[in-house]
Every structure is written in structure tokens, then in C-alpha cells.
Design a protein around this ligand. Structure first.
Ligand code: BG6
Length: 508
């Protein structure tokens, strides 16, 4: 092994020489997600020698201080260690920082000069991956600043300039369209990588593997067998220090429009003709287009919004949302949403899709559960099947990544009784490889120019169209804000939503 771990790239998917330019370099996302991902990619020998990072933000600081800060935050996040020391040594000349206001043109000219220097010193070949890890209202100004300086276009035919844009991408369909127009003035769609970190999760990608690499699931993946689907994104944390951000977002914009819609699209989509970015994204958009757009009245019947009150979560007492830092004491922002969606296509007609997400629920769990129809006729007495629930297939996205199949089995003994049992597949036990973090996978894909796991413009637009009527009902006050005690599975109104259909939410 040489002293430079960046020089030891031995696997196929190694990033090309490039500079990662991070706007919002002093922010939370950069230190909690992006820098640990960079360190891990380097440790896995997936970054080439010379790979460099330029941070841009308002906070004044020098290059060394920036590198030191990033190294320290990565350590706080559990990184660091002996081997990582070599990584940071190799990065020593390749970490630069540009301080400046995003609305000031000189910030971008300074950035251009720094990038030219890095290209000359570290052989980064004028390849740039620009990452907008900034609050969404800064996206247009940064995009325009980049364009005014020519930083939006590759310097020659063999170079690339790509821009990764964080969520939320717009606040509704109209603003997303407007943002798209601004972005497209500077960048072509093929340069734009709209990120949703859920798509970088192995288990989310495994939805595709399960469905399309196996012959046994596809025949039952439809209205003939599936009774209903429940998608849950539950968090055991509250909004923490992000109250200011969350007040403007709410659960619908923060989780449903992106993470839930992505998981939903992968679950419902048709098999793609080709397993490439175009093929997969075309089918995802088609699936989202089949989701019925609710009118105002349907929203009131099919959607529940709620906010947490104080309560107990995992043994600790926690305050209510309105007591959080940066939150209006009379806030009407929802921290929980439950919805019943209708999908109008051949495969899913008549199969309700229930989705829910919330902060301060009893545990952190993301799953897709398909509950199957009951047998047409039970050949034993009801009393023999008291513990029998409908068959179900549960894709556990996180934690305890894996798959559970629930089915009926005979209870051992002289009597003939059946009850439900589970067959479990655990990722961790089946594969010994360490699972890469979502951001690691996505950064590498963006560096390699593979947009499959990023969201295309028409996908974002369609996801907003589904959410827009719901947002309108929230904003017009047509849908009352329910309250739930922190540490419970949401408000009684959410239970009533399923009760009406004779169903219950799962308690994962
Ligand atoms: C982010 C949201 O996109 O996803 C957060 O802004 C949320 O509010 C987070 O906590 C959840 O991500 P994960 O990977 O922990 O499920």
C-alpha cells in the first residue's frame, strides 16, 4: 500500500478526476452526510488521486481551517481512525474554501480562479460536480451566479459539469416548474442531478431487485392478489434544531413529496424495458401519473394531517412541536401525514395505497407492506384460525433491512389450529459486505454520470401534482390539524381513515 490511499483505486466504479464544489459548505448536510461520504469513498479507493473539494459558504475561513473542520466533523460522525489519516493527508492540497455571498458575483470569480488552480495542480481535468447543499431559496441565485461566470458549461468536450440539487425542489408544482426554468437556462437536463437520498439506500434499490429478478413475485404483484399497500416512513426523532426549516416545509413537503413518492413509484411501476436511467425513470413517471389527483373534497376524506404534542418517546419525555426552537407557538405546520391514494391503472385499480409519515412516532422504521387478499374460503372453523392474519410481504427499508413474508402455519399440537408466522430475510446476515451509505452511492453515481438514482424533471413535477391539492387544503385551512401525543402512532383520525375501510395500520 502506498501512503496515498487515493492512488489505490482497484475497482471498476472509480470516480474520474474531478472537483466536488459544495455550496453550503459550513452547513449541517455537508458535515453530517457529504464529508463522511467523501471520506468513505476515499477509504474504499473509489476516488482518484487529486480528487478535490471546494467549499463555498458565507462564513469566513481559510483552506486549512476548512479542511480541519471537515476532518473533525467526520470524526464526530464516527469516521476518522488510522487509515483515514492517510486520506486526509492526501486531501491536504485538495481542500479549498471560498468565502462569499451567493449574490455577489465576485464569489463566483474567486471560485473560478480556485478551480483553475486546482486543475493545474491536481490534474482534475476541468471536471466539476457542483453540489447545492444550501437552503432552497438560494438555488436560483447560485445557479445564475455560476452561469454568469461560465461555470455551468464544461471547458471542453471531454470535461463534465454536473449540478446536484438537494430537496425540496420547489414548494409546489408551479414553483418547481419555475425553478426548473431557471436551472435549465444555465444547465441542460442531462447535467442536472436532483437528489433524494432514499434512492441511494440499498433496500430501496432492492425493491427493483425483488420485483424484477424473481419470477415468483411479479405474478402476484397486482390487484388480483394484493388487497392494499401500506407505506410507512416513521421517525422517532422530532424536528430538533431544524424548526426554522421545518416550519416552512412540514411533513408533506419534507417526506411525502420526495421519499414516499419515490418508494411508491418503485413499488407500483411496471417492469422497465431496459434497466438504465431512461427505462427506469420512464416507468416511475408512468406509475406516478396513474395516481389519482384528489379534488378538494377528496382531500378532506382521504388525508389526515397532525402535529405532535408533548409525550414520551423511547423512555424520554419530550416537548411538543410548538415548543421547539424556531417554531411559532401557534404553528399549524404538520409533523404527521396519512393519506389514502387511488391508483388508476390496470395493475392497481381498486387497491388502496395508504401512506403515512411522522416525527416522534414510537420508532424509526421505513417499510412497504403489501397485504394480500384472504383465501376465498377458509376450510376450517373460524375458531381454528383465530391467530391468522392475511398474508403479507413487508419490505423493510430501514432499520433491520430485509424482507418479511407473513403466512399461516399450523400450531404444533394435537388440535388443528393455524396462526400467522413470519419468514425473515436479513440483509446484514445474508451479505457480509458493509452497505455503503446512501450519500456515498449517490455522490459516486453523480461523479460517474449515472443519473438512474436521481430524479428527472418530469418526476418531480408529477410528485408535486399529487401533493398540490393536499397542500392547497392545508393552506386554505380546509383540513383541520389534528394533534397526537409524541411517542404514539399518530392521531385517532389516522386510525379512523383505515377503520372506514375495515383495515388497520400495521404496528411495525
Ligand atoms: C430528510 C428530511 O430528507 O430525511 C428529514 O429532511 C428526515 O426531516 C430525513 O429526518 C430522514 O432520512 P433517513 O435517511 O434518516 O430516513
Amino acid at each position: 500500500m502506498t501512503d496515498n490511499p487515493l492512488a489505490e483505486a482497484t475497482v471498476d466504479r472509480v470516480a474520474p478526476p474531478a472537483v466536488l464544489v459544495v455550496f453550503g459548505a459550513s452547513g449541517d448536510l455537508t458535515s453530517r452526510k457529504l464529508m463522511p461520504a467523501v471520506e468513505n469513498l476515499a477509504l474504499r479507493r473509489l476516488l482518484p488521486p487529486g480528487f478535490s473539494v471546494v467549499g463555498v459558504a458565507r462564513t469566513p475561513m481559510g483552506d486549512d481551517e476548512f479542511r480541519e473542520r471537515m476532518r473533525a466533523t467526520v470524526e464526530e460522525m464516527g469516521g476518522g481512525g488510522e487509515e483515514a489519516k492517510h486520506v486526509w493527508q492526501a486531501f491536504s492540497g485538495g481542500f479549498r474554501y471560498v468565502a462569499g455571498d451567493y449574490s455577489d458575483p465576485s464569489t463566483f470569480t474567486k471560485l473560478r480562479d480556485v478551480l483553475d488552480e486546482i486543475d493545474a495542480q491536481r490534474g482534475t481535468a476541468q471536471n466539476r460536480l457542483i453540489y447545492l447543499a444550501t437552503p432552497p431559496d438560494t438555488f436560483p441565485v447560485v445557479v445564475r451566479g455560476l452561469a454568469a461566470c461560465g461555470l455551468n458549461r464544461p471547458a471542453h468536450d471531454n470535461a463534465f459539469v454536473r449540478i446536484v440539487i438537494e430537496k425540496p425542489y420547489g414548494r409546489d408544482a408551479r414553483s418547481a416548474e419555475k425553478l426548473d426554468a431557471t436551472v435549465h437556462e444555465a444547465f441542460d437536463e442531462h447535467q442536472v442531478y436532483r437528489i433524494d437520498h432514499y434512492l441511494g439506500k440499498e433496500t430501496v434499490q432492492n425493491v427493483l431487485a425483488l420485483r424484477f429478478a424473481n419470477a415468483i413475485f411479479e405474478p402476484i404483484w397486482n390487484r388480483r392478489y394484493v388487497n392494499h399497500v401500506q407505506i410507512t416512513v416513521a421517525e422517532s426523532l422530532g424536528v430538533g434544531h431544524r424548526g426554522g426549516f421545518y416550519e416552512k416545509a412540514g411533513a408533506l413537503r419534507d417526506i411525502v413529496q420526495n421519499h414516499v413518492m419515490q418508494v411508491l413509484a418503485l413499488t407500483l411501476m411496471e417492469p422497465p424495458a431496459t434497466f438504465d436511467a431512461g427505462g427506469i425513470r420512464d416507468e416511475k413517471v408512468k406509475a406516478l401519473r396513474a395516481v389519482d389527483l384528489m379534488n378538494a373534497e377528496e382531500v378532506t376524506q382521504n388525508v389526515v394531517r397532525a402535529q405532535y404534542r408533548s409525550g414520551w418517546v423511547q423512555g424520554s419525555e419530550v416537548g411538543g412541536y410548538r415548543d421547539e426552537e424556531g417554531v411559532d407557538p401557534h404553528s399549524q405546520t404538520e409533523t404527521y401525514v396519512a393519506m389514502r391514494l387511488k391508483v388508476d391503472n390496470w395493475r392497481w385499480a381498486g387497491v388502496p395505497i395508504y401512506i403515512r409519515t411522522g416525527k416522534y412516532l414510537p420508532k424509526r422504521v421505513t417499510e412497504v407492506a403489501m397485504e394480500f387478499n384472504k383465501v376465498p374460503h377458509l376450510p376450517f372453523a373460524m375458531s381454528q384460525a383465530e391467530g391468522l392474519e392475511p398474508d403479507a410481504l413487508v419490505l423493510r427499508i430501514q432499520p433491520d433491512e430485509g424482507i418479511t413474508l407473513r403466512f399461516g402455519a399450523k400450531v404444533p399440537g394435537q388440535a388443528f389450529r393455524v396462526r400467522s408466522v413470519s419468514m425473515d430475510f436479513f440483509y446484514g446476515a445474508a451479505f457480509l459486505e458493509e452497505t455503503p451509505e446512501a450519500y456515498e452511492r449517490l455522490l459516486l453515481d453523480a461523479l460517474l454520470g449515472d443519473p438512474t438514482l436521481f430524479i428527472r424533471s418530469d418526476e418531480v413535477a408529477q410528485a408535486w401534482r399529487i401533493c398540490d391539492p393536499v397542500l392547497a387544503a392545508f393552506e386554505d385551512g380546509d383540513l383541520p390539524l389534528a394533534r397526537y401525543e409524541a411517542g404514539t402512532w399518530g392521531p385517532p383520525e389516522a386510525d379512523a381513515l383505515l377503520d372506514r375501510d375495515g383495515r388497520r395500520w400495521r404496528k411495525p
